[in-house]
Design a protein around this ligand. Structure first.
Ligand code: SF4
Length: 202
């Protein structure tokens, strides 16, 4: 049976991570090690509560009326949701096609995962960090080669309006100029929706 650990569920979010009213489901597990990660407990494989697609559906369907009335649904975050291919596929089978399912992802995952989940997802929020490979490596501990290939593929295979790219100002890692450069490069690639914001360090 497919299972996954979930480190948090946040209900009644309004247009913060997708259209309408959404429930954010944060999965355990992430390939990156971002220096200012707010969910670093997701790096510990033992943390979180174990769910099956069925038990998660039972818990989230309490908000079905809101989802249907506002064109909302479930946003999968983390951690890295695109590592949970079988879980999300089975969840879709249970919730049906009317819920909007969105992934908030770094896209730093094998292409096969993206390809398998793409027909099931309604939209993406892409956590791009910074387009400069050196800044990306310094901040996340990993390179962004796969990220760029995956994003390029996504932009060619679906309406760019369904893809929101988050571009953060990261204290001590990038400058305002780096952010402008990242956005210029992303626009050249075909990105239309941006969420430019500042990381708040606690
Ligand atoms: S991608 Fe997100 S969850 Fe993963 S390390 Fe970075 S900030 Fe944390």
């Amino acid at each position: 049976m497919v299972k996954a650990r979930v480190i948090g569920i946040s209900r009644h979010r309004l247009t913060t991570d997708g259209d309408g009213v959404t429930t954010l489901v944060a999965f355990n597990g992430c390939p990156l090690r971002c220096k200012y990660c707010l969910n670093s407990h997701c790096w510990d494989p033992e943390r979180g509560k174990e769910y099956t697609p069925e038990t998660l559906y039972e818990e989230t369907k309490i908000d079905q009326l809101y989802f249907l009335a506002t064109h909302g649904g479930v946003t999968f975050g983390g951690g890295e949701p695109l590592l949970q291919v079988d879980f999300i596929k089975e969840f879709r089978e249970r919730c049906g096609t009317q819920w909007q399912l969105v992934a908030e992802s770094s896209l730093n995952v094998p292409f096969e995962n993206l390809e398998a989940l793409d027909p099931i997802l309604d939209g993406y929020i892409v956590d791009i960090k910074d387009m400069n490979p050196e800044i990306y490596q310094a901040y996340t501990g990993k390179d962004n080669v796969v990220v760029l290939k995956n994003l390029e593929w996504l932009l060619q295979h679906r309406d760019p309006n369904g893809i929101m790219v988050r571009v953060p100002h990261i204290p001590d890692f990038n400058t305002d100029e780096d952010v402008v450069k990242s956005m210029e490069r992303l626009k050249e690639m075909g990105v239309k929706n941006f969420d430019e914001f500042n990381y708040i360090i606690r």
